[in-house]
Write a protein that binds this ligand. Structure first.
Ligand SMILES: CC(C)(COP(=O)(O)OP(=O)(O)OC[C@H]1O[C@@H](n2cnc3c(N)ncnc32)[C@H](O)[C@@H]1OP(=O)(O)O)[C@@H](O)C(=O)NCCC(=O)NCCS
Ligand SMILES: CC(=O)OP(=O)(O)O
Length: 332
């Protein structure tokens, strides 16, 4: 990971100005402890760390954490447990949740942390270094739910190297989005770009450029691009560029764009890539991270009512620090 990334420096500075409170449910994970120590020493945010290990405080102190910025909570011993269990039961009883089951589930750190955010006891949460994405995202979808006016919650990655920041979506949540869902993902990703000071230059990508490929998969991307272009025209407020269907090289390499898509408004300078399905989106982000040495921050959830962000189980503590900063910025 390059620590001189422009994007990383920007988000760390913005988060420090905001002074938010973020909950980290995975206090039993050493990378989370290292990230928490860094964040507290940098004075970037207040943190609540959840966990069942007796040595969390000791580990933080050994890393020089500023303990005045960190609260450690063991869910099953917490005075908040009863309130969270009861509130969780009220939210989900129409789905068959019993009070007894709610008390059991709330002891699980992901549910406890999600209820903290729901009840405004934290501004956002970051998890997923240990839990799978499904186990991190499911409580958020069940409890926090989509933001007003949003149908499809989705996820994106900031892919960073030096001066360059790219956005990839959906690389973490929606498995086989249809054209309307891809339009929703596109709009949310454009707003995420805007929130982080980036003008979205969006390419809806696949294996065909402007009709060069035939078959149902190319048809699917063409239909998705059409829906995404229409959605951006009607619903996005701000400067943007969009085109599709395009292959990645026609979207990203100006010389190739000049040959394959000379009329494209992107001119081979796309910074936001919308993928046709989760196999493609997830594989592409991991390849850019591992083969091209880009930092990958995410999956960042978008279109959700309050910020909850996931991590890859392969993440580093530096990734967690950046995701805490992104979460703080999203909570404004
Ligand atoms: C996130 C995920 C777990 C949700 O699916 P699920 O566990 O089967 O859950 P359900 O479909 O029962 O949905 C749970 C709730 O979330 C809602 N939901 C699911 N997907 C949603 C979306 N994209 N937007 C908004 N709400 C959504 C459902 O409506 C449901 O709400 P309800 O329980 O209040 O009725 C699933 O989409 C998933 O596994 N995605 C892939 C994650 C992954 O492995 N990524 C790769 C690594 S990053
Ligand atoms: C985002 C992602 O792919 O998560 P994981 O690597 O944990 O499956």
């Amino acid at each position: 990971m390059e620590t001189n990334e422009k994007f990383r420096q920007m988000i760390l500075a913005r988060a420090k100005d905001l002074q938010k409170h973020i909950v980290l449910p995975e206090g039993d994970d050493p990378r989370t402890i290292a990230a928490a120590a860094e964040v507290s020493k940098a004075g970037m945010a207040d943190l609540t760390i959840l966990g069942y290990s007796k040595s969390i405080r000791e580990q933080l102190e050994s890393k020089g954490a500023d303990m005045s910025r960190i609260n450690i909570v063991c869910p099953s011993d917490s005075p908040g447990l009863k309130d969270y269990a009861e509130a969780f039961y009220e939210l989900r009883k129409h789905k068959g949740l019993t009070l007894e089951k709610a008390f059991d589930m709330i002891k699980e750190v992901s549910y406890f942390a999600t209820m903290m955010v729901k009840m405004d006891h934290a501004d956002g949460l970051v998890s997923g270094a240990v839990h799978s994405s499904a186990d991190t995202i499911r409580p958020a979808l069940q409890i926090i739910k989509a933001a007003k006016g949003v149908k499809t919650v989705s996820s994106m990655f900031f892919m960073c190297r030096g001066e360059e920041t790219l956005l990839f979506a959906d690389s973490g949540l929606n498995q086989e989005p249809d054209a309307d869902q891809i339009a929703d993902i596109t709009l949310s990703t454009a707003y995420t770009a805007k929130q982080f000071g980036i003008i979205p230059k969006i390419a809806v990508v696949g294996y065909s450029t402007k009709g060069s490929g035939v078959g149902p998969l190319a048809d699917k991307v063409r239909a998705a691009a059409k829906a995404a272009i229409a959605k951006m025209e009607s619903d996005f407020d701000g400067e943007y560029y969009i085109d599709g269907e395009l292959q990645f090289d026609a979207a990203y390499v100006p010389e190739v764009a000049a040959k394959k898509a000379p009329e494209s408004p992107l001119k081979g300078r796309a910074n936001t890539f919308i993928f046709p399905d989760l196999n493609t989106g997830n594989t592409c982000y991991k390849m850019a991270e591992r083969l091209a040495g880009m930092s990958a921050y995410g999956p960042i959830l978008q279109g959700i009512a309050k910020p909850v962000n996931d991590l890859s189980r392969g993440c580093s503590s530096d990734d967690i620090v950046a995701t805490i900063a992104i979460t703080a910025i999203q909570s404004v």
